[in-house]
Design a protein around this ligand. Structure first.
Ligand code: ADP
Length: 535
């Protein structure tokens, strides 16, 4: 017969909680330092709860056997705990001497518990109450042994508490608080009171041990937030199976036993499938986390590289700019005849030199712009101006070049002033670039410049009838160093930096840029919008 009273139900619930905790430890804690040893300590507690159920259930005539097992396991709860405190959290190697002492101690307790009269002499069955155990003369030694290891464990953990900070400190603290609470209460109800012959609370220690479970589960979950849902699912499934198993044991008819068995098997199968899928999900989650971490690392090193490159570009450009300006100065002097009249072939060579030097100056200037932008060193000076005046000056500067290519610059100048807050120099750079590109990438036709006002700001568009571009280019044209497919095969020089700088300048005005084309050979539209004023 299996007696399952209210007290045993409570003890069984404690067992279920420990089983779940063991599972959690196995799944998530076994690889962490001290995880295995801690799992052993919890296993010892679970192994101490189980015999209590059988001892109290009065199965056949085995009560005394269960009592002996109960006390053997109780002693293990303290030794395994102490061992764990030595290892945690630094996974310190334990010397063979300590291991030997613990081993001999355990053997001694084993002998003590199994001997017919040293610890347990006999058990007196009490009707409607807890059985009374008649102690042998070594009971005192047994109490000392358990208390000693618990106290040693507390001291060890307490000393370690001072050595660690943050997450590990908290883990140690939770385990310490859980164990001090649970073991002190359990020693009073299960060791001290029975010593004086009071056995009524003999089963409560098992229940108190759930304090350990509660605190450690919290400690684990708190630091494994990512897996909370998975842990909870697994814990719940395990708990469900355990409850069904108990229901099966308690079946009072063969019919019930059969239905309960079928139910248990069905739930167990579904549970195992569910756990499998949960496991897969955890693995995937772990993989994704690892991937995200390595991506983050790669990103950091890329950013570092990018920064180094910007710095290099900045230094190189600065060093290049001065000699180029000097060369430019000499070319001007030569052209002006400061060193005498030049012969015809020399003038041609000088012209070529001038062109190449100007190209190089533009390139270095773009580099300098980019490095300044990327290092956040560009200074903006926002003031209200008439945008028309700015465009007037750009058109004036570029009309000769357009004419030289037989292109017509049509500036649709609005009659009213277009007053906007902008940085003159930067916006000039953008409009100049747009029109300059339109000239560069057109062989014929008209280049039209529009300005339109809307409620929030101003739109500027430069429309040409030039080489156009495909949709694939559209999204990339404003990227750094990007040169479109449309220019491949042409002999138009370029760096792919102009539009990038433009987009950055417009971004600083809180505006946006765009490029549109109906396709290759069908002309293009480059535009930007900026608000009248941004805060
Ligand atoms: P670059 O002109 O030096 O190559 P940009 O950044 O000014 O660099 O322009 C990037 C790319 O955009 C050009 O290489 C070209 O493919 C395309 N592009 C710019 N303006 C035009 C235009 N008006 N018509 C067609 N394509 C253009």
């Amino acid at each position: 017969m299996f007696e399952l009273d209210f007290r045993n139900v409570i003890v069984l619930i404690s067992l279920a909680i420990h089983t779940v905790l063991l599972w959690i430890l196995y799944r998530y804690g076994r690889k962490s330092p001290g995880g295995k040893e801690y799992a052993f300590a919890i296993l010892a507690i679970a192994g101490w709860i189980l015999p209590m159920v059988f001892y109290r259930a009065h199965i056949a005539n085995l009560t005394e056997v269960w009592a002996r097992i109960l006390y053997i396991m109780a002693s293990f709860t303290s030794t395994t705990f102490f061992y764990f405190t030595l290892v945690f959290p630094d996974q310190k190697k334990i010397s063979w001497k300590i291991k030997l002492i613990l081993f001999c101690e355990s053997i001694l307790i084993l002998v003590l518990c199994l001997h017919p009269s040293t610890l347990i002499k006999k058990i007196i069955f009490v009707n409607k109450g807890e059985d009374v155990i008649v102690w042998g003369s070594f009971y005192f030694l047994y109490v000392c042994h358990i208390s000693l290891f618990f106290v040693l464990g507390f001291i060890t953990l307490f000393l370690k508490l001072k050595k660690y900070t943050s997450a590990i400190y908290k883990q140690i603290l939770y385990i310490l608080v859980g164990y001090v609470g649970a073991s002190t209460l359990a020693m009073v109800t299960n060791l001290i009171l029975p010593w004086f012959g009071y056995f009524e609370l003999n089963w409560l220690g098992q229940f108190f041990s759930t304090i350990v479970a509660a605190f450690t589960t919290y400690a684990i979950l708190k630091h494994k937030l990512l897996n909370i849902k998975l842990i909870a699912t697994e814990g719940f499934i395990l708990f469900l199976n355990f409850a069904l198993f108990i229901q099966l044991i308690l079946s009072n008819s063969s019919g019930r036993f059969l239905t309960n068995s079928v139910l248990l098997i069905a739930v167990a199968v579904i549970s195992s499938l569910l756990i499998k899928s949960v496991l897969k999900e955890t693995q995937r989650l772990e993989e994704i986390t690892a991937l995200a971490k390595s991506l983050e690392e790669a990103n950091i090193s890329l950013r570092k590289l990018d920064q180094q490159k910007t710095e290099f570009l900045s230094i190189a450009s600065h060093q290049l700019r001065t000699p180029l300006s000097i060369v430019n100065g000499y070319i001007e002097l030569l052209k002006d005849g400061a060193y005498g009249k030049l012969k015809r072939p020399v003038t041609q060579v000088l012209k070529n030199m001038d062109e190449s030097n100007t190209r190089l100056i533009i390139l270095v200037d773009e580099f300098l712009n980019i490095t300044r932008i990327e290092q956040g060193r560009v200074k903006f000076n926002f003031e209200q101006h008439d945008l028309r005046v700015l465009i007037d000056s750009v058109v004036e500067e570029l009309c000769n070049r357009a004419e030289y290519k037989n292109l017509y610059l049509e500036w649709k100048r609005p009659e009213k002033q277009v007053r906007v807050f902008f940085d003159k120099e930067k916006l000039r750079h953008v409009i100049f670039n747009y029109i300059d590109n339109a000239i560069k990438y057109s062989e014929e036709g008209v280049i039209t410049i529009f300005v339109k006002e809307n409620e929030e700001g101003v739109v500027v568009k430069v429309v040409d009838m030039g080489i156009g571009f495909e949709r694939t280019d559209e999204v990339n044209l404003f990227q750094k160093f990007y040169r479109g497919e449309n220019v491949k095969g042409t002999n138009v020089n370029g760096t792919g930096l102009g539009l990038y700088v433009c987009s950055k300048f417009i971004e600083a005005h809180h505006g946006r840029v765009w490029a549109k084309s109906l396709g290759l050979g069908k002309g293009s539209e480059f535009g930007f919008w900026i608000p009248y004023k941004h805060l």
